[in-house]
Ligand binder design. Structure first.
Ligand code: APR
Length: 244
């Protein structure tokens, strides 16, 4: 494990201890130790396709069966995965703080399974689907799927309730997230490369309103030179050291 730096660990501990209104932003890295491949690390490929090739409206329009086969594979991995100490530390943080919001790009459902409750799933959730015909949103928990592509009760083709590349975020949800960050005193960013710009945008927004920002990642990322301190290490190893 790359040492996160003892001095920075102490600074992070102190900041979290005095926090009153804390937000956490997570990316695929927080689920890496649960065995779920990140998007831009090794192991993130399926039949040599990258997420960018399949998680798009055009890929779905062209071949909904292929896109659903990819999601069926990912859902199987997510179902077999267990929350790791990183998820559990974030859930514990929520129980300790008067005001807390978890903002996640992850769709795997592991934050909910680890006990987090106040969650903004800004990229959606792999266990929910919506009808392309009637718009009905519904839980789709069966894995493996008995029918690919799955259909809504109305007979319409169902799609994953996930924000794909090229699609916009839920405006209302983003508004709520920005409102919370405008008054947060502490921000923890865990396991995101920042290659999709939203985490950097949200971090800058929070910091411009006075938040102290801490990044947890074994590698440099787009956040490294934005936050106040970077802790070099894995979520499952660093977070238990800074959460009281
Ligand atoms: N602990 C913490 N961070 C880790 C760990 C770990 N154990 N292992 C890897 N990481 C870091 C990597 O160093 C990388 O910076 O997690 C980050 C994962 O980056 P990405 O794979 O780009 O995932 P993410 O940032 O979540 O991607 C954002 O892009 O593909 C789209 O919609 C998809 O939500 C995803 C979005």
């Amino acid at each position: 494990m790359t040492e996160p730096g003892l001095e920075n660990l102490e600074i992070a501990r102190g900041q979290i201890r005095k926090a009153r209104r804390l937000a956490v932003i997570t990316g695929a890295g927080v689920s890496a130790e649960s065995g779920i491949p990140t998007f831009r690390g090794s192991g993130g490929l399926w039949r040599n396709f990258r997420a960018e090739d399949l998680a798009t409206p055009s890929a779905f329009q062209r071949d909904p069966k292929l896109v659903w086969e990819w999601y069926d594979w990912r859902r199987g991995i997510c179902k077999a995965a267990e929350p790791n100490p990183g998820h559990l530390s974030i859930a514990k943080l929520e129980s300790l703080l008067p005001e807390f919001l978890l903002i996640t790009q992850n769709v795997d459902g592991l934050h909910n399974r680890s006990g987090s409750r106040n969650i903004a799933e800004i990229h959606g959730n792999i266990w929910r689907a919506r009808c392309t015909l009637c718009g009905n949103q519904f839980d789709l928990l069966e894995t493996p799927l008995s029918r690919i592509p799955p259909r809504c009760n109305c007979g319409g083709l169902a799609r994953p309730h996930i924000v794909w590349f090229g699609e916009t975020y839920d405006e209302e949800l983003l508004e709520d997230v920005l409102d919370f960050l405008s008054a947060a005193d502490t921000l923890l960013v865990v396991g995101t490369s920042g290659m999709v710009p939203m985490p950097v945008y949200l971090t800058r927004h929070a910091m411009s309103h006075g938040a102290f920002a801490i990044d947890v990642n074994p590698e440099d990322s787009e956040l490294t030179h934005v936050v106040n301190i970077s802790l070099r290490g894995k979520a499952g190893e660093v977070l238990p050291q800074i959460v009281p």
